[in-house]
Design a binder for this molecule. Structure first.
Ligand SMILES: O=c1[nH]cnc2c1ncn2[C@@H]1O[C@H](CO)[C@@H](O)[C@H]1O
Length: 344
């Protein structure tokens, strides 16, 4: 990619942003990993250079195995609290005002860390992050598809049988091949009846059929990734007409080799077809990126100036699962920033 001009880079750095597609454990920065690795030595390299090498992925399956090894660093309620609180600190540094963090309770909750203690830890972090960093966090609980229906049942029960402040949606992560979205229709039916939004991963590692599956069987309101929609003009038209946003993560797609290189990324074709998109990081330290970098990548791919980049930030706010009062407030922050820069 061509590096953004210094003035566009500084515009992006200061722009108030919302992030819609970012995973909790995948957000553990080298600093957080080092802290957790001190508590749980021998699982993941603590040294930043060794960690960067550890985060070089052969393919999607390799990525999932590394992801699951990092999950092992998050064992106690205090680990969960620390990780989540520190993610908020790093988001604040990127001028992220609002984030929907994807959390996989199935991977963390067990006999030693019961659901109640896990939920208490994320709630403690959530309130702390808002108080100390001014970042509003909301949760999407995702079903790790590879673990099948038992994982879906446990995820649904943690989400629906407890009062979970900040929980806005149910998702699906992990593999798509061999795990049709419709496998989880019962859990999504229950979650939607409860009032949760439907926001599964689809069309990252498989084709448009999985995206249709997510829409038709799970009532998907946004799609995580969804980039293979580019292969299906009818689907792109459907996404555009029904305002179903794709929460796209360009660098992730290259790091996991689902796209050959950034120049081949389908983002421009999706945007040209009128598909609504938001720009996100997925698992920022694992892919050596952050949200400002992803905005610069998108600006380069789409040929955007400051006004275009501000439109990307507004698109994320438009697609966020927030009430209209708060949406207006977030839009107002973006507008005020843009106006202030013009006046400068
Ligand atoms: O890009 C991604 N695609 C799918 N799953 C992902 C991605 N990034 C992180 N996870 C996470 O991988 C775990 C595996 O089941 C889940 O926790 C999911 O949230």
């Amino acid at each position: 990619m061509t590096a953004p001009s210094p003035s566009l880079a500084s515009f992006i750095a200061g722009l108030p942003k919302a992030e819609l597609h970012v995973h909790q454990v995948g957000s553990a920065s080298p600093r957080i990993v080092a802290q957790l690795a001190e508590r749980h030595p021998g699982v993941v390299p603590a040294d930043p250079e060794a960690l960067a090498a550890y985060f070089q992925f052969d393919d999607f399956a390799h990525f999932i195995s590394i992801y699951l090894s990092v999950v092992k660093l998050v064992e106690t309620a205090e680990d969960v609290r620390l990780l989540t609180y520190e993610i908020g600190r790093e988001m604040a540094g990127q001028q992220i005002r609002y984030a929907e963090l994807t959390i996989t309770p199935y991977l963390s909750v067990n006999e030693r860390l019961p659901a109640e203690a896990f939920l208490e830890a994320i709630e403690d972090a959530r309130t702390g992050v808002e108080r100390d960093f001014g970042v509003r966090l909301r949760w999407i609980f995702d079903i790790p598809a590879d673990f099948g229906v038992p994982a879906a049942e446990m995820t649904a029960s943690i989400a629906l049988d407890h009062h979970v402040p900040g929980l806005v949606g149910l998702g699906i992560g992990g593999s798509e091949q061999g795990f049709p979205r419709s496998m989880f229709v019962e859990q999504f039916d229950r979650a939607r009846a409860y009032g949760l939004h439907s926001v599964p991963h689809a069309g990252e590692t498989t084709g448009p059929a999985t995206i249709w599956d997510a829409i038709q069987n799970l009532g998907a309101e946004r799609i995580e990734h969804g980039i293979t929609a580019v292969q299906d003009p009818d689907l792109m038209r459907y996404l555009a007409e029904n305002e179903i946003t794709l929460d796209v993560c360009p660098t992730s797609n290259v790091a996991l080799k689902v796209v050959d290189d950034l120049a081949q990324h389908p983002l421009p074709a999706l945007v040209a077809a009128g598909v609504p998109v938001s720009i996100n990081t997925d698992d920022p330290p694992m892919f050596g990126t952050d949200l400002n970098t992803e905005y610069a990548v998108a600006a380069d791919l789409l040929g955007l100036d400051e006004a275009g980049v501000a439109r990307l930030a507004r698109a994320a706010v438009d697609a966020a699962f927030v009430d209209e009062v708060y949406r207006t407030e977030l839009r107002g922050e973006i507008d005020a920033y843009v106006a202030g820069r013009q006046g400068a």
